[in-house]
Design a protein around this ligand. Sequence first.
Ligand code: SAM
Length: 265
Amino acid sequence: MSNHAEHNARVWDQLARRGAPLTRPATEADLRNPLRAVDPQGWLGDSIAGWRVLCLAAGGGRQSVLFAAAGAEVTVLDVSPEMLAHDRRAAAERGLAVRVVEGTMEDLSAFATGGFDLVAQPVSTCYVPDVVRVYRQVARVVRPGGLYLSQHKSPVSQQATDQPAAGGYTVAEPYYREGPLPAAAPGRLREAGTLEYLHRWEQLIGGMCLAGFAIEGLVEPLHAQPDAAPGEFAHRGQFIAPYVRVKARRADSESPRSKPTILSV
Ligand SMILES: C[S@@+](CC[C@H](N)C(=O)[O-])C[C@H]1O[C@@H](n2cnc3c(N)ncnc32)[C@H](O)[C@@H]1O
């Protein structure tokens, strides 16, 4: 396994042992309507009963349990054994079946070609340097015509300071850069100790098209509050959308497209 994956596995193990916010399982409130909790946009329609779903880099017992509660046949892959322990525990507590696989999102060779109807990935591509490599793996394991729902940190959010100066936030990191981002203060934007990478739009969205997906939806979930105090997450959210959520569909043909295809919105 790559050095960055091993490093991030160790850090997420520690975060999971500490019960950090993004390592917590699904709540009772989430479970009242599990499908809406994992798909607030309604991109998956009214039912996913019987769908074969891969929760990619999604350990912690939230996504896996919610998809299983919505009736899907769930596999969860994560690099952190401690995050996966949360999935095992949370599924057992609810009497749900979840298959748990330890590994990196950069190598999905453990899975059959076209074996999933849906791959669902919460924010996690920031932990690998080459996002297109991940997309190519996903394109192989999702069936032609199947869906890939993913969420990513926006490039400008990875570039900008977390605290304001002169009323605004500074774009402090170059857009064209190599290697991990400098260490940042822990908070809602970054987890302490992880290695994170910035991905440009041409990689995040163009890369999906190159891997054989057509984009069917794109939203920037709102994290802005007009009355938030300077420096708060929701104040920064007035200036910068921290995340982007993408609905992509695997092309029907087996061969990836050679040129990006972007459907107009
Ligand atoms: C923000 S958490 C996502 C799951 C969380 N349940 C949530 O609600 O957002 C990011 C996850 O990515 C995982 N991760 C980091 N690098 C990875 C890699 N190379 N391959 C697979 N998983 C990885 C971490 O272990 C962590 O569980």
